[in-house]
Structures are given as structure tokens and as C-alpha cells.
Design a protein around this ligand. Structure first.
Ligand SMILES: O=C(O)CCC(=O)C(=O)O
Length: 512
């Protein structure tokens, strides 16, 4: 039995702190083991038990994570033993998360030894994220993913060790109950529910002029999905796995903490069934492979990019993004108060966006905005928080952005993105006259050293940027400030007018 309470508990406990402004930098993530032997029976268990939730598992659903069951099942089980506790000794009082944190200090040898101490330690010490961290820490780039993180580690350091005797599944432990471990597995294997993908309320436009874009979307700071503006991109016609591998060869791209060749990354993508799959997110791709930079053009709507005045000193502003189905970006606001565009070249992405004045459910930014706590994974957010938005007055803007489409992400908007299939995209962050003042305000904040990102010289970026704008576009800042003041005054006047006039009937209310 799964209770919504037990599912919720992990999300509430496992709030992760991340720098909002460092979103472009992917952090280490977690994964799950698989157990093909027990796969069928466990899926059946879940399907029967989860009817009320309607969760569907991926057809490629993998392990039962050594037989781990949600804690709720313990209360229906005939016996009362939880193998999790009996095998942990004095450590049983620790939460699962803490046990894993402690085990995270061990090296591979000690983790292997600990796995033989008891069934409980066997389950914990085989927790895939521990092995993933060992691989990423010890091997960095250059690993060849091999079915699981543990076997990847073993293959790299003990090539003569044949772990196929153990099998990919490992042992199945009876009577082991843990919400934390179970939900990790569930999130790695869960199919996106159709109702998570249904809402499509973004404004779509095709062939609008730059003036229309500025007036209707950039100026009012509203998202829009633009169709047909990648039609001439070479990237749209040519980019696929083979083409990229051919031209990128041995070049290594940033994949979280690792640097990987595309071939290695795709080898991983094909096998990975993780709650937070690795995501290739590289800001230097065009320096590394100039051909990639030359095979797309900035759409006309986004060509004014005032950070350009900083030349080489501008913060990171463009990324190639490649990830398997289920990879993506959890809720964040884009760095330095910039706006962005994101063009899907292959695949498709589900977007959920909240305006700057609405903090998404389950997301808890720190008062200074430097940190944000949110659920462990994107899928966990959908499981535990998405439904809440149905009854919200200010519903999020949502869409699926398909290959050939571009989304405009206005500055300050919270957004979450999940790839619905393997996707290749280009994104750029930019500053136009519409958000120049916002960006300057942001760079000038007292905690700029914590907030500013994408550059080494966080503290001086404000002075450098302002001075460079003054030189290249003299008078622009004053002009924009004057216009903003005038607009604010007009809006104030407007609201006074609204307060005295009945706008529906077009008549005075005589309330003054
Ligand atoms: O994963 C994605 O494609 C979205 C990236 C994103 O949100 C960003 O670059 O700010």
C-alpha cells in the first residue's frame, strides 16, 4: 500500500538547496539500481496497489531496488519486521537519508565490504547514487557506462572482475521497507502521467514581426512559443547523434561534474533509468566546436543583446543542451535577471512557467534569493505538487515545445523543463533594452557576490557593464530610467482612473 502521505514525506524532507543563479551548472544527481529478476512481480504489485494514483511505469521499468517496499506496506504485512532496521544496528535510528550521507564518505572498497555485513547494509551500500558519485568523483570524464553505476565503477577499476555472475539485479531482500529508497526507484521508473502533459495554455505565434514580439511579449514580460523561426537553421536539418559525433569527435562536453565525449554520453543515455539523469549542458560548445556555433542563427527577436558590450568578459550566455527522456531542469529563475530563448532542435520538452510574483508549490527560495529548496527531482515535483496548481487562481503557463519551436522565457519567471524524449536544444540568455534596468539592478544588489553567476568577477560586473553601456550607448540608461518612471506614473494614474470609473459600463462611479 502506498499512501499519499508516505509519498509526500520524501519530498518534504529532501529539500535540496541550490543556487538559483547557478542553474546552468548541473549538480550531481541520483540514480537507482535495477532488478530485472523481480521486475515483473514488483510492477504488478505497484500497479495493483497504485490503482488510486494511476501511476504507470515505463515499459522499460527496471529493478525493484532489491525488493524495497514503501513503508506503508509494513502496516499491512503479516510480520512486523523491517529488515531495514534489524540489519542496521545502532544506525537504525538515523533516517535513510542520513545513513546514505554517512555511506557517502566511504570509498568503493569499504562500501563493498559494508554490503556484506547485513541485508540492510547490502541494500544501502548498493544504492546506485553512491556508486554514481564514486564514478563521477574518481573517473570524471572517460567512463563507459555499463548497465549500472556500480558495474561501471567495477569495470573501470577492476576490468578482470566479472560481475555478471551477480547479475544486474543483485539480491532481493525480503521485508525491507523505506519510503525514501522506494520513492527514488519509483521516480526513476515512472511514466509522465497524461494529465501532467495536457495543459497547453501558452500563446503561440508564427511569423510575427520583431515589433509585435517586443510590444506583446517582451515589453509586458510574457512567455510565447514561436513557431517556424528555425526553418533555416542548418542545425535543424543536420543535427542528430551521428552528425554530432562525427563533427565533435573526441571533444569533451560538460555533463554535470563530468566531461564526456558525445559517444560516451549517448552510451549512457541509452541505458540510464535514473530519477535525475545526467544532462549535457555546455556553455563553451561553440569555442570547442566552432561548426556548432555557425550552424544556428539567433532568431531576429533576440538579436539585441547588450551584454555583448562586455566582449570576452560577458557572463556565460549560450549553451548546447542534450539529455535523455526524463532529464531536464528543475525550478529556477534564469541568471542575472536575463531573459532567454530555448530552441528545440530534436525531441520535445514539457515546460511549466510561473510569473515572478508566484513561487511554484514545493519551491522555497531563501529570503535573499541566493538559495532555493525544492523536491529531489522533476518527476517528484509532478507527483507531489503539480495537482495543487489546478486550483490555483494564477495557473502556470504550460506547453510542450517540439522540434523546430522556440520558447521565450521572460526574466524573473520560474520555470521547470523535462525532456519527453531524447532532446537536443540551444538556449541563450540575453539583455535587451526591455530588461537592461532589471539586469543592472540585479548586478548591483548587496549580495551580488552570491547572486551573480556565469562569470569569475561577480562583484565588479555591475561597474564593468554600466561603464561599457555608457560608452557604447551613451544616454541609454538615463533614457530608459526616465521612460520607466513615466510609465510607472501613468500606471498610477490609470489605477486612479480605474478606481473612479466603471470600465464595464463606461460611466463614472461617482465615488469621489
Ligand atoms: O532544460 C532545458 O532545456 C531548459 C534550460 C533552462 O531552463 C535554462 O537554460 O534556463
Amino acid at each position: 500500500m502506498l499512501s499519499s502521505k508516505t509519498l509526500l514525506s520524501r519530498a518534504m524532507k529532501r529539500k535540496k538547496s541550490k543556487k538559483i543563479t547557478d542553474r546552468k551548472i548541473r549538480s550531481k544527481a541520483v540514480s537507482r539500481d535495477r532488478n530485472s529478476v523481480s521486475k515483473k512481480s514488483h510492477i504488478r504489485e505497484c500497479k495493483e496497489d497504485d490503482g488510486e494514483f494511476g501511476f504507470g511505469l515505463k515499459s522499460s521499468a527496471t529493478s525493484s531496488n532489491h525488493g524495497v517496499q514503501p513503508l506503508g506496506n509494513l502496516y499491512l504485512a503479516s510480520g512486523t519486521i523491517n529488515t531495514r532496521n534489524t540489519g542496521l544496528g545502532n544506525m537504525q535510528t538515523l533516517t535513510d537519508e542520513l545513513v546514505l550521507d554517512v555511506l557517502g564518505f566511504l570509498d568503493a572498497t569499504h562500501l563493498g565490504v559494508l554490503a556484506s555485513v547485513s541485508k540492510s547494509f547490502y541494500v544501502f551500500a548498493n544504492h546506485e547514487p553512491l556508486w554514481r558519485n564514486l564514478v563521477l568523483d574518481d573517473i570524471k570524464g572517460g567512463f563507459l557506462y555499463n548497465r549500472t553505476w556500480k558495474s561501471t565503477y567495477l569495470a573501470a577499476f577492476y576490468p578482470s572482475f566479472d560481475d555478471s555472475v551477480i547479475g544486474i539485479s543483485g539480491l532481493r531482500v525480503r521485508d525491507f521497507y523505506s519510503d525514501y529508497l522506494f520513492q527514488s526507484w519509483l521516480c526513476a521508473n515512472l511514466e509522465m502521467k497524461p494529465e501532467w502533459l495536457e495543459r497547453d495554455n501558452i500563446v503561440r505565434r508564427k511569423g510575427i514581426s520583431v515589433e509585435e514580439f517586443v510590444m506583446n511579449f517582451e515589453e509586458p514580460n510574457k512567455p510565447v512559443l514561436l513557431e517556424g523561426c528555425l526553418d533555416n537553421w542548418v542545425a535543424r536539418k543536420k543535427w542528430n547523434r551521428d552528425y554530432l559525433i562525427q563533427w565533435c569527435g573526441d571533444v569533451r562536453f560538460s555533463v554535470g561534474p563530468a566531461d564526456m565525449k558525445l559517444e560516451e554520453f549517448f552510451l549512457y543515455s541509452d541505458q540510464a533509468r535514473e530519477e535525475r539523469p545526467l544532462y549535457l549542458f555546455d556553455p563553451k560548445f561553440a569555442d570547442k566546436v566552432p561548426r556548432l556555433g555557425s550552424e544556428y542563427d539567433v532568431p531576429a527577436y533576440f538579436r539585441e543583446d547588450l551584454f555583448g558590450v562586455l566582449g570576452q568578459e560577458r557572463p556565460d550566455h549560450r549553451w548546447i543542451i542534450i539529455g535523455p527522456s526524463g532529464s531536464g531542469s528543475s525550478f529556477h529563475i534564469d541568471p542575472n535577471s536575463t531573459s532567454a530563448w530555448n530552441a528545440v532542435i530534436k525531441g520535445s520538452k514539457k515546460w511549466v512557467l510561473f510569473p515572478p510574483d508566484v513561487v511554484p508549490p514545493g519551491v522555497h527560495p531563501s529570503p535573499d534569493g541566493a538559495e532555493v529548496a525544492c523536491p529531489v527531482s522533476i518527476i517528484e515535483w509532478f507527483m507531489n505538487f503539480y495537482a495543487a496548481t489546478r486550483t490555483w487562481e494564477k495557473k502556470p503557463i504550460e506547453c510542450i515545445c517540439k522540434a523546430g519551436e522556440v520558447i521565450f522565457v521572460p526574466n524573473g519567471w520560474w520555470h521547470l523543463v523535462i525532456n519527453l524524449e531524447e532532446s537536443i536544444a540551444i538556449t541563450q540568455n540575453y539583455v535587451s533594452r526591455r530588461n537592461l534596468l532589471n539586469v543592472l539592478d540585479f548586478l548591483k544588489r548587496p549580495n551580488a557576490s552570491m547572486l551573480v553567476s556565469g562569470t569569475k568577477d561577480r562583484v565588479n560586473l555591475y561597474d564593468k557593464f554600466k561603464n561599457a553601456i555608457d560608452v557604447s550607448f551613451p544616454g541609454t540608461i538615463d533614457q530608459l530610467a526616465w521612460e520607466a518612471k513615466k510609465k510607472a506614473a501613468e500606471q498610477k494614474k490609470l489605477s486612479f482612473w480605474d478606481s473612479v470609473a466603471d470600465s464595464n459600463a463606461g460611466a463614472f462611479k461617482f465615488s469621489f
